[in-house]
Design a protein around this ligand. Structure first.
Ligand code: DQA
Length: 152
């Protein structure tokens, strides 16, 4: 039996508070709800997923490093580190895996400081503004990217 491709889904600071955190911006679903929806879709796409959240920049960076050789693509919602972390951008570039950046909110309709993303400079593509559905769109994109890399 072929080994299932695997996707690391990383969530940055404050995303553990989803459900109660500014629900008018981020919706009422919890991170557990989003993980459950991702697991259901991943099963249909024949993907394994590893779904994680951390409030600590260094921990996110360690997990990105460990993805090399373990995972075939990374989906990342870096939370506020998106807009500040050159270190996360460098880590994503270093592991050279397909990267799909996701945000629940449309960061371009919000405060100007959210319009710039360091993560985008290391991402294959970006999905934002579709709420929790963005994670499912990102998984579909990751599946396509993994398929395409297998054709090479
Ligand atoms: C976010 C957008 C970021 O600007 C913010 O800091 C977050 C969540 C989103 O999913 O919309 O924490 O990444």
């Amino acid at each position: 039996m072929a080994i299932q491709p695997s996707v690391l889904i990383l969530n940055g600071p404050n995303l553990n508070l989803l459900g109660t955190r500014e629900p008018h911006i981020y919706g009422t679903e919890t991170l557990d709800d989003i993980e459950a929806a991702c697991r259901e879709l991943a099963a249909g796409l024949d993907l394994e997923i590893d779904f994680r959240q951390s409030n600590h920049e260094g921990e996110l960076i360690d997990w990105i490093h460990e993805a090399r050789g373990e995972h075939d693509a990374i989906i990342v919602n870096g939370g506020a580190y998106t807009h500040t972390s050159i270190a996360i951008m460098d880590a994503l570039s270093a592991v050279a895996l397909p990267v799909v950046e996701v945000h629940l909110s449309n960061i371009f309709r919000r405060e100007p400081f959210r319009h710039h993303s360091y993560v985008s400079m290391a991402a294959t593509g970006v999905i934002c503004g579709f709420g929790s559905q963005g994670y499912l769109l990102a998984l579909q994109a990751a599946a396509r990217l993994i398929d395409a890399s297998g054709d090479a």
